[in-house]
Write a protein that binds this ligand. Structure first.
Ligand code: GTP
Ligand code: SPV
Ligand code: MN
Length: 607
């Protein structure tokens, strides 16, 4: 360490020059009161959460109900990812593509330098060394997040592998780390009292893909602030993956074991708040089929030496949508949560010091404190928990966690599902004729928007591979990358691809399919298709089940009712085509030819 180091760095637990000089540069700009190097220990977590309780950011829950667990309530204007303010600042605008906001890197850096000047005044600057994926991976993906939010530190400890071990490994191996800078943008003047959830009305979530760096300003929430998650493990990782020949995807991954003990790993890409966590923790309603969890939000995949597709989950926790997660719909998540060690954000509080959200229990409590701190009763006429309220829970608290979660080499993927939230048109499940048509399913995936991002809810938008807000480069190049990478596959071991929709409605307006644990019936059909055992009807969009080919044991639905969920509707699909054409036109020529060919052949089959 040079003599000229900032005195604030005196207690740095490292001599790693690339890290020290970055931390120093940030400290000089942001002017924090002190620097805390996060070691990731139990004791540190206790101190941090005690401080957050004292500051009013966290409410300690009743330990008999939720041990070592806390509730946080955000500023009402800081409740979700802000896609409008999310930028990919590639050197060339063309490389950000039409799905991303872009600004010239130098201009953006100038703007950020102004915003970060003194932005940590009066606060502690935390330095969090982290690794996404395994520390013992062949090529571990390191990052260091600098943040002035202790809530972010506590949440990152759940969501990623952080602390001393990681720092030592970075230093020992001289590894590159992604510098990820975060500030809530709420400096404190001397004597100024803090608020429970500091943030700034102005928010910027910025990525510099060529230098692989992240800068986030103004928000303390989820994907805006826990920078290992969407910013690194998807946006920056997708760029690394493009350059290094792998795939970083917004997918869950689960291990399915058949009654005959055959194992299939299934990855599934659904947009935000469209059912990944629920499927990953599925409790099958059919006998003999077992599901184990590998991941619930992000999957990194590469083709192995035998041409098989291998997948790992780079995360260490769940940041799950609370509403709709209940003892009836997702008992496995509820059991994991009940073990404690969780941070809840924007849920409601029960009078006995527990948490509640819509759908947690069938019986609705008679009195709650809602997520905004107001009294709430069932006839208040508004939800008690915010629709994007979340539970943040260590993944190893899931009883059904697959042992392979801990294997750095990951698992082979046998099937990929693409799915969205569509009231009409998309059948419960469709199997693609081949890999190319499967990529077409992914490229044209559509869904109604949800509360996971700020903005209107319920608007149908195209969401390629469920990655629309997360592709760190040009969307056409991204689809080309899928095509190119899969050319490395052993064709016999290419996963089979299915399009699913748990959200189709009946004419009466209810869900056409009960979903949740009953989705195991769809997984079973998919596996039986792979094994060549299940029946299907060939339609212009691919193979859909006959009602009789699905295991309906104990479902309590008639074949006619099931038919409404699985049917292919030619009229609805003809009405879909102009939207598909418009979507493809937006790529302005960067789309793989194979996809244009798929659309043409779909049109001729529909005609
Ligand atoms: P992100 O964490 O935002 O990426 O969301 P996710 O894809 O993991 O979604 P999640 O599993 O948390 O589900 C989001 C919402 O959809 C919850 O309110 C669920 O209750 C609901 N949901 C999930 N699966 C089903 C299903 O099979 N049927 C129905 N009707 N709703 C479902
Ligand atoms: C999503 O929006 O897809 C999430 C939540 O998983 S967040 O971490 O906020 O991105
Ligand atoms: Mn997600």
């Amino acid at each position: 360490m040079g003599d000229t180091r900032l005195p604030l760095l005196a207690e740095a637990p490292t001599t790693y020059e690339p890290l020290l000089s970055w931390v120093e540069e940030v400290a000089e700009l942001t002017k924090p009161e002190r620097i805390h190097w996060v070691n990731g220990s139990e004791a540190e977590y206790r101190t941090l959460t005690d401080e957050l309780v004292a500051a009013g950011t966290l409410t300690r829950l009743n330990p008999e109900l939720f041990p070592n667990s806390f509730a946080a309530f955000s500023d009402p204007a800081d409740v979700a990812r802000v896609e409008e303010q999310t930028f990919i600042c590639s050197e060339n605008e063309r490389d950000a593509g039409f799905t991303n906001n872009w600004m010239e890197p130098a201009t953006m850096k100038g703007k950020l330098a102004e915003l970060f000047d003194g932005s940590m005044r009066g606060r502690t600057m935390y330095v969090i060394p982290f690794v996404m994926g395994h520390l013992d991976a062949e090529d571990p993906k390191f990052g260091v997040e600098i943040t002035d939010s202790a809530y972010v530190v506590a949440s990152m400890r759940v969501m990623a592998r952080i602390g001393t071990d990681v720092l030592e490994r970075i230093e020992e191996t001289g590894a590159f780390f992604v510098p990820a800078l975060h500030s809530v943008g709420a400096p404190l003047e001397p004597g100024q009292e803090d608020v429970p959830w500091p943030c700034n009305p102005e928010k910027w979530i910025v990525h510099f893909p060529e230098e692989r760096s992240i800068v986030s300003y103004g928000s303390g929430y989820g994907g805006n602030a826990l920078l290992g998650k969407k910013c690194y493990a998807l946006r920056i990782a997708s760029v690394m993956a493009r350059d290094e020949g792998w795939l970083a995807e917004h997918m869950l991954i689960l291990k399915l074991t058949s009654p005959e003990n055959r194992v299939y790993n299934v990855a599934a890409a659904f947009p935000s708040a469209c059912g990944k966590t629920n499927l990953a923790l599925l409790d099958p309603t059919i006998e003999g089929w077992k599901v184990e969890t590998l991941g619930d939000d992000i999957t990194w995949m590469r083709f192995g030496k035998d041409g098989e597709l291998r997948a790992v989950n780079p995360e260490a926790g769940l940041f799950g949508v609370a509403p709709g997660t209940g003892w009836g719909t997702n008992p496995n998540a509820m059991r994991a949560i009940a073990k404690g060690n969780s941070i809840f954000t924007n849920v409601a509080l029960t009078d006995d010091g527990g948490v509640w959200w819509e759908g947690m229990t069938e019986e609705v409590p008679t009195h709650l404190t809602d997520w905004q701190g107001n009294d709430w009763t069932p006839d208040s006429g508004r939800p008690a928990a915010h629709p994007n309220s979340r539970f943040c829970t260590p993944i190893d608290q899931i009883d059904m966690l697959a042992p392979e979660y801990f294997a750095p080499e990951g698992v082979e993927v046998h099937a990929i599902l693409f799915g969205g939230r569509r009231k009409t048109t998309i059948p419960l499940v469709t199997q693609s004729r081949d890999w190319a048509q499967g990529i077409f399913y992914g490229a044209t995936l559509s869904s109604e928007t949800t509360a996971a991002a700020a903005g209107a809810v319920g608007v149908v938008r195209r969401d390629p591979m469920a990655m629309l807000p997360f592709i760190g480069y040009d969307a056409g190049d991204y689809l080309n990358h899928w095509v190119r990478v899969s050319a490395k596959a052993n064709p016999a071991r290419l996963p089979k691809i299915f399009l699913v929709n748990w959200f189709r409605r009946t004419r009466e307006g209810g869900f056409a399919w009960p979903g949740f644990g009953d989705n195991a019936r769809v997984l079973k059909w998919a596996i039986e298709r792979i094994e060549g055992a299940a029946d299907a009807v060939e339609t212009p969009i691919g193979f859909v089940p006959t009602p009789a080919s699905l295991d309906l044991t104990g479902l309590g639905m008639t074949e006619d009712e099931v038919q409404e969920a699985v049917r292919f509707d030619a009229e609805e699909w003809k009405a879909e085509v102009p939207g598909l054409e418009e979507w493809f036109e937006r790529f302005g020529g960067s789309l793989p030819e194979s996809l244009t060919a798929e659309l043409e052949s779909l049109k001729s089959r529909l005609a």
